[in-house]
Design a binder for this molecule. Structure first.
Ligand code: SAH
Length: 364
């Protein structure tokens, strides 16, 4: 069993299970999450006998770097990791002036079926454990030798579709005795699972919530995001207002700009109208074109025009700086290439079906 997946309470229980004093669990936590050790034998203040017995049942699973792509500016590194069960995920390290960010995956694959995204092409294989989400941060911090200050859950997968593991992960990541990433420096991005957002706000975490909006109305949103058939934009804005009231945290909206679909003047005006009175920030993302998908990136001039309209309406807006576009850094691209090197279209036709099984209306 992967002991990286355990919190302090669970480690205290493990210590007791082995007939040790409870404080041994606290010491284990300091080694495993505070120092991010890779081998249980590094816990030198525990007896060799206890470590030997512990190793019969527990281990630190970690993950292996299968491939590493470094951008020409050396400010972005994309990691392809292999998990002990042979599954493959990807994570990205980005160096900014204000610190280093790691973008992690929350699932192996995704079942949300967004039409512009590479991560969902082969459907969902399984959820990642809290330990596997942490391992991405620990391994990258070790590999780069530089402290990670920000974590964004914006890689492969839908984090709120893996809710319990996500919450455990955030608590471990921000623990005072762990790697100590402040909750204010953690962002969770969701396609907008409204009930889960409502649950999340009750946890009273200080994280930033980012919502993948990508459209100013339901009609356009439903063209690219199957989840929009389950939850309307009105419901999303309503829950965002509640979220802000409850947590005091400003909402981020992500808006990937797709040529001819969501990038017109009237779309910017409609979006501005919706955001009126809500403390939010809009991040315009020039679409990363994915070979298997038909969506095209908006022209730079259209993105700029969109931004200006929002600014005129006094909406906070930025255009996402592009990093690592010379290294398959778009969501799921590297993993996709690994799974399907010939580039043949392997889209699982039941992808939306899997999604709809749980989230309502069938789209096919
Ligand atoms: N499932 C979560 C997090 C993963 S995707 C979510 O939907 O938010 C991270 C962000 O990248 C989302 O906003 C997603 O819509 C966007 N994205 C996915 N593929 C993209 C692409 N090819 N170009 C631009 N943005 C993309």
């Amino acid at each position: 069993m992967d002991i990286r997946n355990c919190n302090e309470e669970e480690m205290k229980e493990i210590a007791k299970e082995f007939g040790e004093k409870e404080f041994r669990g606290k010491q284990m936590f300091e080694w495993i999450h505070g120092k991010q050790i890779q081998d249980l034998d590094e816990m030198t203040n525990l007896s060799a006998e206890f470590r030997r017995r512990l190793k019969e049942k527990y281990r630190i699973s970690g993950m292996e770097v299968l491939e590493k792509q470094i951008s020409s500016k050396k400010d972005t590194i994309k990691y392809l990791f292999s998990l002990p069960d042979g599954n493959v995920i990807e994570s990205v390290w980005m160096k900014y002036r204000h610190g280093n960010s790691v973008c992690i995956s929350s699932q192996v694959g995704c079942r949300m079926g967004c039409t512009f995204c590479a991560s969902t092409l082969t459907g969902l294989t399984r959820n990642l454990t809290a330990g596997e989400m942490l391992s991405q941060v620990y391994e990258i911090q070790r590999d780069t030798g530089e402290r990670v200050s920000n974590v964004i859950v914006m890689g492969i997968g839908e984090p709120l579709d893996n809710y319990d593991n996500l919450i455990k992960f955030i608590k471990l990541l921000s623990s005072e005795k762990g790697i100590r990433i402040s909750q204010r420096n953690i962002t969770v991005s969701t396609c907008g699972l409204v009930e889960k957002i409502r649950e999340l706000m009750k946890e009273r975490l200080q994280i930033t919530l980012a919502i993948s909006l990508h459209a100013p109305n339901d009609e356009i949103r439903r063209e690219t995001m199957p989840v929009a058939r389950k939850y309307s934009i009105d419901e999303i804005f309503e829950v965002c207002r509640e979220y802000f009231e409850m947590t005091g945290r400003r909402i981020t909206f992500e808006y990937s700009m797709i040529r001819g679909i969501n990038d017109k003047k009237e779309h910017a005006k409609e979006l501005a109208e919706r955001c009126r009175g809500l403390n939010c920030h809009i991040n315009l993302i020039p679409l990363n074109e994915v070979k298997e998908r038909n969506c095209l990136r908006s022209a730079d001039s259209d993105i700029e025009r969109f931004k200006i309209i929002l600014e005129k309406n006094r909406i906070n807006v930025t255009i996402r700086r592009e990093m690592g576009s010379d290294i398959d850094a778009a969501c799921g691209q590297l993993r996709k290439k690994f799974l399907n090197p010939a580039g043949k279209n392997q889209r699982r036709s039941d992808c939306e079906y899997i999604f709809d099984n749980r989230y309502g209306t069938r789209t096919k």
